[in-house]
Write a protein that binds this ligand. Structure first.
Ligand code: FES
Length: 97
């Protein structure tokens, strides 16, 4: 029996390349995963860790897809706030950080 190929509605790409990881990227990812679980959104929203996105001067970096909202120098508090705004409240993606 094979597993079905499920895809989420939204993906939060969190860079965990060496620079972003050192500056909190890994912790941001963990915090976002917890929020997804708490909100009961597992399966529809997913955190995907990425390798370096070539924006190391702005570390840590993350983006919300499919809205294509990118954030840089993200603190854990900002990551949590963005989750609330972009995922829970579904704020339109016009705002870039
Ligand atoms: S390590 Fe994240 S942009 Fe390079």
């Amino acid at each position: 029996m094979s597993k079905s190929f499920n895809t989420p509605d939204k993906v939060i790409y969190v860079c965990t390349g060496s620079k972003c990881k050192k500056k909190g990227g890994k912790d941001n990812g963990k915090a976002l995963r917890s929020l997804i679980k708490e909100a009961g959104l597992k399966g529809s929203v997913e955190v995907v860790k990425t390798e370096c996105t070539d924006r190391c001067d702005f570390a840590p970096v993350m983006s919300f897809q499919p809205e294509n909202v990118w954030m840089h120098h993200v603190t854990e508090q900002q990551a949590k706030q963005a989750f609330e705004d972009k995922i829970l409240k579904k704020t339109p993606p016009a705002e870039k950080f």
